[in-house]
Write a protein that binds this ligand. Structure first.
Ligand code: ZN
Length: 211
C-alpha cells in the first residue's frame, strides 16, 4: 500500500505541472511583439550612391527598438537579427506561428526625386482600424522627435492601393510597415543618424501604446 502511494504522489504532481505548463504555453496573455527588419542578405533594399544599404539601416533600427522593448520587459521576436536572406513568407509565417500580438516592419524609402522626404506607414487595405491605430501611434511619436514631413498612414501598396505589402496582407495580427525617411535624400539620412536613439524610443513607445 505504502509503495503505491509513493509512486502515485509524484505521478499526480507531474500531471498537474504538465497541465499548468501546457496551459501557460498555449495561452500566453502577455503581448508578443514581432519586429521585421526589411530586406537582408542578398536583398539589399534601397542603396545610396556612396554604398549605404537599406538592409543595414533597417536591421540597426530594429535591434535598437527591440532592445528598448526587451529592457521594459516585453517579449520580442525578430524575423532576422543578422544579415541573412529571409523570404517574405518566412517573415509572416514566423509571426503567425508564434501568435504575435503585433507586427512592425521597419524599412527606409527611396525615390527618383531627391527632394522626396519624410516618414510614412503602410497598413493593409482590408482591416484598417487596429492597424491604423498602431501606425498612427508610431508616426505620432516619431513626429514628436521630428522627421521632416509626416506623409501619414497609407493603406495598400505603393503604386497600387488595391494590393497590400505581403507582410501586412498575411500577418494575422495588427501590423504596419514603416518607411523611415528617404535614403535618396541626404537630409533624411542625416536625420536618421542624428536622431537614431530617439527614433528607436519613439517607435517602441508607439508600439507599447498600441498593445
Ligand atoms: Zn524596404
Amino acid at each position: 500500500m505504502k509503495r503505491k502511494i509513493i509512486w502515485i504522489v509524484p505521478a499526480v504532481l507531474i500531471v498537474i505541472a504538465g497541465g499548468v505548463f501546457g496551459f501557460v504555453k498555449l495561452r500566453h496573455t502577455e503581448p508578443l511583439i514581432c519586429l521585421d527588419a526589411g530586406h537582408g542578405g542578398k536583398d539589399t533594399g534601397a542603396m545610396t550612391e556612396d554604398g549605404r544599404l537599406e538592409k543595414d539601416d533597417n536591421l540597426a533600427m530594429t535591434l535598437a527598438v527591440g532592445k528598448i522593448l526587451e529592457d521594459k520587459g516585453y517579449q520580442v521576436i525578430y524575423t532576422r537579427t543578422d544579415d541573412s536572406t529571409v523570404s517574405l513568407e518566412e517573415r509572416y509565417t514566423l509571426s503567425n506561428k508564434k501568435h504575435a500580438t503585433v507586427f512592425v516592419a521597419i524599412h527606409r524609402n527611396s525615390a527618383e526625386n531627391e527632394a522626396a522626404s519624410g516618414i510614412e506607414a503602410w497598413i493593409k487595405n482590408t482591416s484598417p482600424v487596429p492597424d491604423r491605430k498602431l501606425a498612427t501611434n508610431i508616426l505620432k511619436q516619431l513626429d514628436r522627435v521630428g522627421f521632416g514631413i509626416d506623409r501619414g498612414v497609407c493603406a495598400g501598396y505603393r503604386g497600387d492601393l488595391t494590393k497590400n505589402y505581403a507582410v501586412n496582407a498575411h500577418t494575422k495580427c495588427k501590423s504596419c510597415l514603416l518607411e523611415l525617411g528617404f535614403m535618396s535624400n541626404k537630409l533624411d539620412n542625416e536625420r536618421f543618424d542624428q536622431n537614431f536613439d530617439a527614433y528607436a524610443e519613439a517607435i517602441a513607445k508607439g508600439i507599447i501604446r498600441s498593445l
